[in-house]
Design a protein around this ligand. Structure first.
Ligand SMILES: O=C(O)CCC(=O)C(=O)O
Ligand SMILES: [Fe+2]
Length: 553
């Protein structure tokens, strides 16, 4: 029964948590990584709903039959008791038949009834569902996914300034997405924040949980469960007096609570005698965001994600669009290039991948998407990190003619040799999926940082393989600009200056996806092989004016 409860529970919490973010899935991978990719949830929903509904229907039918049988026993008992009451004469029990029937009811019938009461078939049906999932090779979300989805929600809230009540009411980016969160859902989001030691959000979500259970009939969570977390978050946010008042209330409504009394004493020990004795004059709640673990450029990053790009009117007056036709093949089919800025040069190639190509790339990548890893700056090891939440996979040139074609096209787009490029990386971002500000090239000054014998990453091509509805911009934190993904287009920039030095101005990030789905494909082009394609310049500060510009050398 508990397992079934849990199943319904995650289904609800998770549906709530994913709000409109599209819904997700995929093929088995490690635990706790469904939330990192939208494609996972999409696949999951597709097959899951039918199968679960069918098994649940069967279970309900079997339980209904069992309860009906119990009901008919109950009716029989009632009618017999009724008869007993009516004819309270000795005959009823002295009559051997009646005596026999009475004894039978109290022995074998009772055994049958107790068996029937205990024979809930839940185990059998749960096994069925579990087996079906194994057969389908589908990765199901677990507690880690739920936490990840909740933390993703908090990231979205911070980045896009989303109000807790709006989110809980299912209002995302001004749109009502239909689903609302219950008191229990809000409690779970608050608890994930608490586990991450994020007391600012714990307070926000526990307050929302309290507001919700007050109007729910019946409440989806006990007030006492919420109060304990709420009080602790208040204490962490510098308000032990309010924490004490709430914990006293907790002790009052749940006198058997295992920690309430101890907590009251603990909060009291934080307060002076004067404050302890007068609990009427409560200091206001000052809930401030915890910036202890912040990345330095957090504010800039989030502002850019909200589309507040810096304007440079002089630059804007100089940028333009052009047809790139400097290669023979391009005379017939030139690329449309939009210059976003100079120094460093950042451009968008318009309409460089087709829907068919995108569908092949997604199809090939989907079964091998894995939680993206990042290189630990100290150890050089690849590891999962919260600052990069997406799933990615690599596609080799020879795997499909489409991949080969895209690689050849990158040569024509960039004029850079593709022989030393990395394979095509495909990434799919899940709930709140993002990649915090980073450099694509190595800044450690090694000759061969990627241990491929090909030097540093000289340039990046980022294909947009989908268009999220809101959020998901690519932003440059040093340059103060950004761009929203437009399907079929590709963003391009040089990571290294013409003398081979890393260009710190290229620091960039992938903003969290708010609604919709984000698929991108990167091509990281390396230094080796570019000796004639992008020769070293004589002075350090040479910047291309267009893609493939070789002047002055
Ligand atoms: O997805 C994006 O917008 C940027 C991704 C990125 O910077 C990367 O994968 O290195
Ligand atoms: Fe990047």
């Amino acid at each position: 029964m508990r397992v079934l409860f849990n199943f319904r529970y995650w289904l609800r919490v998770w549906f709530g948590a994913s709000l409109a973010f599209g819904l997700c899935i995929m093929i088995c991978h490690g635990a706790g990584d469904v939330f990192t990719a939208m494609v996972d949830l999409e696949n999951l929903l597709a097959g899951e709903a039918d199968m679960t509904a069918q098994v649940l229907d069967e279970y309900i039918a079997s339980e209904t039959y069992r309860l009906q049988q119990l009901k008919s026993f109950a009716n029989e008992y009632l009618s017999k008791n009724h008869n007993f009451d009516e004819g309270r004469d000795e005959n009823v029990v002295t009559n051997p038949i009646n005596a026999y029937l009475l004894i039978k009811r109290l022995t074998s019938d009772w055994k049958y009834i107790t068996n029937l009461m205990q024979s809930n078939n839940a185990e059998y049906f749960i096994k069925n569902i579990t087996q079906e999932r194994l057969n389908n090779q589908v990765k199901y979300p677990d507690d880690e996914d739920l936490d990840g989805a909740a933390i993703g929600l908090l990231r979205l809230q911070d980045t896009y300034h989303l109000n807790t009540k709006d989110l809980a009411n299912g209002v995302v980016a001004g749109n009502n997405v239909g689903k609302t969160l219950s008191g229990q859902d809000c409690f779970e989001v608050g608890r994930a924040a608490y586990n991450a030691k994020d007391y600012y959000h714990t307070l926000e979500w526990m307050q929302e949980a309290l507001d919700r259970i007050k109007i729910e009939k019946p409440p989806t969570k006990r007030e006492s469960d919420i109060l304990e977390y709420y009080a602790y978050a208040l204490y962490q946010q510098g308000n032990p007096k309010r924490a004490l008042v709430l914990t006293k209330r907790l002790a009052q409504i749940d006198p058997t609570h295992p920690r309430a009394k101890g907590n009251v004493e603990w909060y009291e020990s934080m307060l002076s005698d004067e404050h302890k004795s007068d609990l009427h004059d409560l200091p206001p709640i000052k809930n401030v965001r915890d910036t202890r673990y912040d990345i330095e450029e957090r504010e800039v990053y989030e502002k850019l994600c909200r589309g507040k790009f810096e304007r440079d009117l002089e630059m804007e007056s100089k940028v333009y669009c052009y047809y790139k036709k400097d290669r023979d093949f391009l005379k017939l089919a030139p690329f449309k290039v939009e210059i976003l800025r100079f120094e460093p040069l950042v451009v968008i190639f318009h309409e460089v991948v087709s829907d068919y190509e995108i569908s092949i790339v997604k199809q090939l990548a989907t079964p091998r998407l894995k939680r993206a890893t990042v290189q630990n700056a100290k150890t050089g090891e690849l590891e999962h990190a919260n600052y990069r939440i997406s799933k990615s996979g690599w596609l080799k040139d020879h795997e499909h003619p489409v991949i080969h074609r895209i690689n050849e096209r990158i040569d024509l787009m960039t004029n850079l040799n593709q022989e030393t490029s990395e394979d095509l990386q495909v990434a799919n971002y899940g709930i709140g999926g993002h990649y915090e500000p980073h450099f694509d090239m190595s800044m450690r000054g090694e000759k061969d940082p990627y241990r491929m014998g090909t030097g540093n990453r000289i340039a990046t091509v980022l294909f947009y393989m989908s268009q999220p509805e809101t959020g998901g911009a690519t932003v440059y934190t040093e340059l103060g600009i950004g761009t929203y993904p437009q399907v079929h287009n590709a963003l391009f920039w040089y990571n290294l200056k013409r003398d081979g030095e890393g260009d710190v101005r290229t620091r960039h990030a992938a903003c969290p996806v708010l609604t919709g789905v984000k698929w991108v494909s990167n091509k990281w082009i390396h230094e080796r092989g570019q000796e004639f394609r992008r020769p070293c310049a004589l002075t350090q500060d040479v910047n291309e004016k267009y893609v493939g510009d070789l002047t002055p050398i």
